[in-house]
Design a protein around this ligand. Structure first.
Ligand SMILES: [Zn+2]
Length: 359
């Protein structure tokens, strides 16, 4: 490939923004071989798309956490690409669940309608959405699995935002490597190397602590190479449209590697720097602030909360930390010279502070 397809010609551009629900994807389903493989806690359909006739089977699911929609948008970009570039589909058979947690997607929450985090339910399978995914895993019997998520803006790597993070989840507490985890890590190496020319130093490796209740860890334990892809922040891209493009390229790199059986080197995976929690959405450096009644001088970090309002996502800033934050970064670091003393007790003052700075 040369090296990537022209993105604008394949992007499903009508699917945009952070708020993506069943209602948003339903108009596109008729373009594909799709079916309903179950219903959510509150009765919404859980859709599955199948594409390809090859022997190597790949399972991909997104929005297990309802408010993590970037990888879903990229999946529809991928499907459009495959519809017009079907070469790999002689080798591959894809099963795609674009929104595993439609109730969470509708409410813009991580959890499902029973307030359960589906990524902590792999053993208990207490939730219907968890059982739908497990049944698809058991019946489809994939050779590779992709667990697709968004990560918060707090994550950085090399002092830059972690735009894409990768993880070959562990299958045991000692975090050993068996053949399936090794293959997943090699797949991550392929993606890491392929994305280097585009977002060098903005690709991180996620924490690999083993948790058997996490779905990726559970599928890895079942012997299926499983890769976690986390879509993260790209500068000035809170709608995550730029990140979505990079995730699409990550899919292309991974599927090309699987279709052609050419995988990266395990040592490259280990060289991927680990994610760090080092970012705030805004970092106000060296300002006066009142905390617990006493006036102090230091740095103040503000973080956006994402709030569903009128079928779109509003970003509302709140105070997140204060003190010596010299080791941290802000996606935006405004000039604070003329800022008055910040009082943490004043309700909604974080947004007022930002308004004062006239960003
Ligand atoms: Zn997630």
């Amino acid at each position: 490939m040369n090296p990537f397809p022209p993105y604008s010609s394949v992007a499903e551009s009508k699917l945009a923004g952070r708020y993506i629900t069943n209602t948003h994807i339903e108009p596109f389903l008729s373009d594909y071989n799709h079916s309903i493989i179950g219903h959510s806690t509150s009765g919404l359909p859980i859709y599955r798309i199948r594409i390809g006739t090859g022997n190597t089977k790949v399972l991909m699911w997104s929005q297990m956490h309802g408010n993590e929609s970037t990888t879903t948008k990229s999946l529809f970009d991928l499907l459009r690409f495959l519809n017009t570039n079907p070469d790999w589909l002689d080798n591959l058979q894809l099963s795609i669940i674009p929104i595993l947690n439609p109730d969470g997607a509708k409410a813009y929450t991580r959890i499902n309608a029973n307030q359960v985090d589906l990524n902590r339910d792999a053993i208990d399978l207490s939730q219907i959405e968890s059982r739908v995914l497990r049944e698809e895993f058991d019946q489809f019997s994939p050779d590779f699995a992709f667990n697709l998520h968004d990560q918060r803006t707090i994550f950085g790597v090399n002092g830059k935002p972690a735009t894409v993070s990768l993880l070959a989840p562990a299958f045991d507490f000692d975090r050993n490597y068996n053949p399936s985890r090794t293959l997943a890590a090699q797949l991550a190496s392929t993606i890491f190397e392929g994305l280097q020319p585009l977002i060098r130093s903005q690709i991180g490796r996620f924490d690999d602590s083993f948790n058997p209740n996490c779905v990726g860890d559970a599928f890895q334990s079942a012997g299926v190479p499983t890769l976690l892809i986390e879509a993260g922040h790209y500068p000035d891209d809170y709608s995550r449209e730029k990140t979505r493009e990079y995730v699409f390229y990550a899919y292309i790199l991974a599927l090309e590697a699987i279709a052609c059986s050419t995988f990266g080197n395990l040592s490259i995976y280990h060289s991927i720097p680990e994610n760090q929690k080092i970012f705030f959405d805004f970092l106000l450096r060296d300002v006066s602030f009142i905390e617990n009644g006493s006036q102090q001088r230091g740095d103040v970090g503000l973080q956006y909360q994402e709030v569903l309002q009128n079928d779109s996502i509003a970003f509302q800033a709140v105070f997140a930390a204060a003190g010596d934050l010299s080791h941290c970064h802000g996606h935006i670091e405004p000039n604070c010279e003329k800022l008055n003393t910040i009082d943490f007790k004043i309700e909604e003052s974080a947004q007022n502070v930002l308004n004062t700075l006239i960003l």
